[in-house]
Design a protein around this ligand. Structure first.
Ligand SMILES: Cc1ncc(COP(=O)(O)O)c(C=O)c1O
Length: 416
């Protein structure tokens, strides 16, 4: 199959394979080769593949009414789901929900709300963060070659430790003192930057700065939400209550595109009618699937499972003693293995050939991305570790075959 018909902006694959099928925690290519899926479609397919309860939720709602354009004709699924998701987010205050179709448009909406509410334009976000590629979100994003530096967007270093925290807070305080800033936007744990976990005091401090300066706190849970990190929302690890949560990706477990902005009522309602509407926003079957996702999380033990297998996975990676592995970090099933950028692509290309589909992220593509379906079990993790550790040995002993080196060399990358 020729992928030439698809625009180049959509192409950064790790191999030339075309994928046709998924089952549980596995995906299959068009030659029916099976891969352990360590990507879940970029942190989306949290319940893996082929789960009937979601397709049934779709059919049930679509068979009653497959679409109403919510802004003209409200539907019951969108209202019921808004009530449901609002109960999951931290904070007991009055909340409102606005729907969209992607994390990017939801970030646009959140920024519009913060600007309208505070009557200020500036946005502080963090270097190496990815928040989307639509009109506003692309400049909240901070990746060289993707986002543009504009006078209203300030990109600050995201600190990993106390020392960096001090310097980032000093810069933020300086900007807030001298410029009109509407919001600080942060991922609770940076994803595409390579699983960067901030200090709790940093997250608490930026929240405090917002409170003291009539600024809105926007937390981007697009990649981290719905149990991925071992809490329903990753911000719960830090004990702060944001004004706005932006959610997408896993809220429908990959069965349909959808996003939601959940925030304090007066902030959400500061944008006027018609300023953030989409024909498909609040689409009934999408909301029915999203409802089923929350039902599945609440009625089962998936979050406990994520904590259990997540720490098992991290401990097993740490048992691999190799100078190639520079760091292993993560929470729940959001895990990064940092290696030398020159060899990361070689490792994932070789693992792919041996049946594991890893992703890659980090500013230099130096972090092996592990964000599997949350249903993954210890047996699959053991198999992954067994293959991965053999590949690490091959790299150490220069035994990686030539064709893999060639393939890794051709992988497209983005980076700062
Ligand atoms: C943290 C984060 N925010 C926002 C987005 C944008 O979401 P979408 O691709 O659905 O527009 C992404 C996508 O990767 C993301 O990881």
């Amino acid at each position: 199959m020729n992928t030439g018909i698809i625009g180049k902006c959509m192409k950064m694959p790790i191999s030339s394979k075309i994928f046709t099928k998924g089952e549980g925690a596995y995906i299959f290519d068009s030659d029916n080769q099976k891969y352990i899926d360590m990507m879940s479609g970029a942190s989306v397919a949290i319940f893996g593949y082929g789960n009937n309860c979601f397709t049934e939720a779709y059919s049930k709602s679509a068979n009653s009414i497959q679409h109403t354009c919510f802004c003209y004709a409200p539907n019951d699924w969108a209202i019921k789901y808004a009530e449901k998701i609002a109960k999951t987010t931290p904070g007991k205050f009055s909340k409102k929900v606005v729907y969209g179709l992607s994390g990017s448009d939801a970030m646009d909406g959140a920024v519009k709300m913060a600007r309208a509410y505070t009557k200020k334009e500036g946005i502080i976000s963090f270097k190496n963060s990815y928040h989307g590629s639509t009109g506003i979100s692309i400049n909240v994003t901070s990746w060289k070659g993707i986002s543009k530096i504009t006078k209203n967007h300030h990109h600050i270093h995201f600190p990993k430790n106390k020392e960096e925290e001090k310097s980032s807070l000093k810069i933020i305080r300086g900007i807030v003192k001298n410029k009109e800033v509407a919001a600080i936007v942060s991922e609770p744990i940076q994803g595409d930057a390579g699983v960067i976990i901030p200090t709790t005091t940093f997250i608490k401090s930026i929240w405090e700065i917002c409170r003291q300066n009539n600024m809105v706190t926007i937390v981007d849970e697009v990649q981290t939400g719905m149990g991925r990190t071992g809490k329903f929302w990753a911000i719960e690890h830090f004990g702060v209550i944001p004004d706005i949560i932006v959610a997408a990706k896993s809220i429908t477990a990959g069965y349909i595109p959808m996003s939601a902005i959940i925030g304090r009522e007066p902030i959400v309602d500061s944008i006027e009618k018609g300023q953030h509407v989409f024909t498909y926003a609040g689409h009934p079957p999408s909301c029915a699937i999203a409802m089923e996702v929350i039902n599945q999380i609440e009625s089962g033990s998936i979050i406990d499972h994520v904590n259990d297998v997540g720490s098992y996975f991290i401990s097993k990676i740490k048992e691999i003693k190799s100078s190639i592995i520079k760091d292993v970090r993560g929470k729940g099933l959001m895990i990064g293995i940092e290696v030398d950028p020159k060899i990361a692509k070689i490792i994932i290309a070789r693992c792919f050939e041996k049946g594991i589909y890893f992703g890659i992220f980090g500013t230099k593509n130096e972090v092996i991305r592990i964000e599997p379906p949350l249903i993954i079990d210890k047996k699959i993790i053991d198999k992954t570790i067994s293959i991965f550790s053999k590949v690490i040995k091959e790299v150490e002993t220069n035994k990686i075959p030539e064709h893999i080196l060639d393939q890794a060399g051709k992988m497209v990358s983005i980076g700062n």
